[in-house]
Write a protein that binds this ligand. Structure first.
Ligand code: BDP
Length: 705
């Protein structure tokens, strides 16, 4: 069990044949190799073989008194067998699955839907869900993509699972086996697009050899109904094309993009579209020429339009040289400041892709106010599967509950129900497009993400992108059953650990909306609260001797609260009505400020850090209770990670508490902070072969005072 099959293990179910009789034959209504319907047939053979030990017959047709698993598009089904009742209105990618009759019927509105239906059927069987059903499944949004921040040299920005599966040494890889394997996993959770390269894009992706390579990658994904997309560097016409400018309103630049886009589509006729990060963190963009972001986005939109492509234009636009001395500057305002006046000015095939929070994938952020600001522009939400700010897979953090909380947030636009999930599906503002982007981080590590338990995040991402109304714990439990089997204790323990993991991580990292408090300048790993101020990136805590938090009120602060709809704005404007977990996001308060729990802010910091770290210690014992119930390979691997997390949670706890104790000089009422009788300080040990060196940040070191 090296994790390479993810949740598609198709482990045998003891006596499965006693519970259900699956048909002995599969009839695919398209047997062209490489078509998703053909893939569905292959997957059914593989799955039924694994779960039931039974080899399906293929290449036969069905007669009225024999049973089969029939897979095909609705049109193909009707042509072969006449009408099918009860199907309902299938949308693109939707499907109908019926296991109630003699035959199992899996029909999709398109071929991709057929494949999704086959995976759904297999997932039910693999989970022992044998009760007959006839159900229609439709997606909530058309765009369900991953974003892979892969560099051409094979490294992955914010990836923690080894080198890229797409690129090596400047070029697309030759061997695409792993890419097919990834496409298979993603198709099973109904993801339909992969943007393969980093948003900090390198224009040499567009050279001839790489364009050929893109064709190869798209060919590997197509049997799984997954379309390829690419990230572009805005300055490509100049840096790569040799033009004197990259001004989006320069006709020569426009022509250059039209031409290179034609070249891309020659190799990848069904390319999904472009993803663009512009004028952000040093990346080039239209503002260089005093053009608007819409001018920039629409230039790409014109180029892909004849080919049916989309432009995902990122709202993550900000200047990373913000003056920390400027108390009214606020990076959280940037998205609305840059995009509000452009609402309605984007071409119809442009989607503005918005990170879930106003800053950057932090442990706790209010939903990005841009979601309710853009009414005449299609939008999508960007979630991060790769846990950049969440312990980078050395800590267990199941993100399903965080994503759910954001997706269920009601933005109250025009005082009407306006949940984020209904905004990005296009329903709330009646937009034709919308959806999800998940920043993945998959690499060549056998486990895909670098950790067995982290795969629940990839799984949950696909499931929620298809239907955000699903419960994060239910989704998790499906994943556990598929990944670890049916043992009740395994189910109970992994559920408990996973569901406690985000609150635990929040407790021992940054509380009350102060942000994650990681090292902010580069690694984003481990505690470094001091780095959160006096940097140009605008992730600030404004902590001093007596007070902490960003004042984002309209009355005295940066005005960020006012970017929300009036109901939310007035809630965030007042300390009394701001939820405790966002208090320091919106307000600058004394450490002695009382919370709704009646604790002071500083005492809450101390207590939460002890609680969170204690939960992480317990994860080790909990996991150890599964010895013998989980195969040795995964058991040892996860145990190693949990021990690391337990230790690192203590480092987090002590450094954050010590840091704010040093700053505020307010003692912990429980007298724990600064007092570590159990600890053996390195300075007190006699070790041979070691030498002293300064640790940065100092408060993560032993004996730091
Ligand atoms: C930040 C990452 C950085 C990305 C950036 C982005 O640290 O590596 O390039 O987001 O989303 O969180 O563009």
């Amino acid at each position: 069990e090296d994790g390479s099959q993810g949740w598609l293990r198709y482990a045998p179910i003891a006596n499965a044949n006693d519970y259900i009789t699956v048909p002995s034959r599969v009839v695919a209504l398209n047997v062209t190799r490489g078509s998703p319907v053909y893939t569905a047939q292959q997957e059914l053979e593989r799955g039924i073989k694994g779960i039931f030990g039974k080899q399906l017959e293929t290449n036969s047709s069905v007669t009225s008194n024999s049973s089969a698993i029939i897979v095909g598009t609705l049109d193909a089904y009707r042509a072969a067998y006449g009408d099918l009742e009860d199907v309902g209105d299938l949308l693109d990618d939707g499907f109908f699955l019926s296991t109630e009759g003699l035959s199992v019927i899996i029909v999709g509105n398109n071929e991709r839907g057929v494949l999704y239906g086959a995976f759904e059927y297999l997932s039910r069987l693999a989970q022992g869900r044998f009760l007959p059903i006839s159900t229609m499944y439709n997606p909530q949004a058309p765009i369900r993509w991953t974003n892979e921040w892969n560099n051409l040299d094979g490294s992955i920005e914010r990836g923690y699972a080894g080198p890229s599966i797409f690129f090596r040494d400047g070029f697309v890889v030759d061997n695409v086996t792993r890419v097919s394997g990834y496409a298979r996993l993603l198709a099973s959770i109904r993801v339909n697009g992969i943007v393969i390269n980093n948003v900090n894009a390198n224009a040499t992706l567009l050279n001839d050899r790489n364009l050929q390579g893109l064709g190869r990658l798209a060919d590997a994904m197509r049997p799984y109904g997954i379309q390829l997309g690419i990230s572009l560097n805005f300055a490509s016409p100049q840096d790569f094309g040799g033009l004197p400018s990259f001004d989006p309103l320069d006709p020569k630049v426009d022509a250059w993009w039209a031409n290179i886009t034609d070249e891309v589509y020659k190799r990848v006729p069904d390319m999904a579209g472009y993803l663009v990060k512009a004028n952000s963190e040093g990346q080039p963009g239209p503002l260089t020429y005093n053009r608007t972001l819409a001018d920039g986005a629409n230039m790409f939109a014109r180029a892909v339009k004849p080919h049916g492509g989309l432009v995902m234009f990122r709202a993550f636009v900000y200047d990373n040289h913000i003056s920390p001395a400027n108390w009214t500057a606020d990076r959280a305002n940037a998205a609305v400041d840059f995009f509000q006046h452009l609402d309605g000015k984007f071409d119809e095939n442009v989607v503005v892709q918005i990170k879930y929070g106003a800053i950057d994938f932090q442990v706790r952020e209010p939903a990005n106010p841009l979601f309710s600001t853009l009414r005449n522009t299609s939008t999508s939400i960007e979630l991060q599967i790769t846990p950049e700010y969440f312990g980078q897979n050395d800590h267990l953090v199941y993100l399903g509950p965080l994503w759910k909380e954001i997706l269920e947030t009601d933005m109250r636009a025009d005082s009407r129900p306006s949940k984020i999930k209904d905004i990005v599906s296009g329903i709330r503002f009646k937009r034709p497009l919308g959806g999800y982007a998940g920043v993945s981080g998959v690499g060549t590590n056998a486990t895909w993400l670098g950790s067995h338990l982290a795969m629940s995040n990839l799984y949950a991402y696909g499931r929620l992108a298809w239907d955000a109304s699903q419960d994060a714990e239910d989704v998790l439990q499906d994943w556990i059953r598929l990944t670890f089997g049916f043992d009740e204790q395994v189910m109970e323990i992994i559920t408990d650990m996973s569901m406690k993991s985000w609150p635990a991580y929040e407790n021992y990292s940054g509380n009350l909306g102060i942000q994650t408090l990681t090292d902010i300048l580069y690694t984003h790993f481990g505690p470094n609260p001091a780095s959160q101020d006096n940097n140009g990136w605008g992730q600030w805590t404004r902590a001093d001797k007596v007070s902490i938090g960003m004042d984002r009120t309209v009355k005295n602060g940066t005005g960020n609260a006012g970017q929300y709809s009036p109901e939310l704005a007035s809630m965030y404007e007042n300390i009394e009505t701001t939820p405790d977990n966002l208090l320091l996001w919106f307000h600058h308060v004394p450490y002695t400020q009382r919370l709704k729990s009646n604790k002071t802010v500083i005492q809450h910091f101390y207590d939460a850090h002890y609680e969170g770290a204690a939960t992480a210690q317990k994860f080790v014992e909990q996991w150890e209770s599964l010895k013998g119930k989980v195969d040795e390979e995964r058991y040892e691997n996860v145990l190693f990670e949990q021990k690391f997390q337990a230790g690192h949670a203590l480092v987090w706890r002590d450094s954050i508490n010590q840091f704010y104790y040093n700053l505020s000089e307010i003692p912990d009422v429980a007298k724990r902070v600064g007092n570590h009788p159990y600890r053996i300080e390195a300075e007190k040990m006699s070790l041979s072969g070691y030498q002293f060196c300064a640790v940065n940040p100092f408060h993560t070191a032993s004996g730091a005072m």
